[in-house]
Design a protein around this ligand. Sequence first.
Ligand code: ZN
Length: 143
Amino acid sequence: MAEPHAAPSGPRPIVPYLKIPADGPPYLEGQKCRSCGAIFLGERDTCSSCGTRGQFEAIRLAGRGELYVYSIVHRSFPGIEVPYVSAIVDLDGGGTVKGTLIGIDPDPDAIRMGMPVEVVYEIAPRKDAEGNEYLTYGFKPRA
Ligand SMILES: [Zn+2]
């Protein structure tokens, strides 16, 4: 949803479920089904787990999780540096998020399923046509 009176300074979230509070660090927001507890990213009306409608509440997702699965991407759109690691992470407490895994060699010998990761935030390398900066997120290994 567009915000005509968004703050003039500061990056904008690259996806709607990335929240940037005025007074704290960014975080990812999930939608939790009040009926069955399933957690999704992004707005939705019907729970794809139990079928209940209109019973979601917004929750703040954890900044840590475990690598569920990944793939090493060797070909992408022009201008996107390859190879990179596309990862799916299960966040602590629920929520499954896709993003780029950084801070590790794009090498199957270096990456293992279930490895602990944390969510990191950075300014996207490109601005939009109007010069706006965007905040994006990814994952990096944690000890
Ligand atoms: Zn549900």
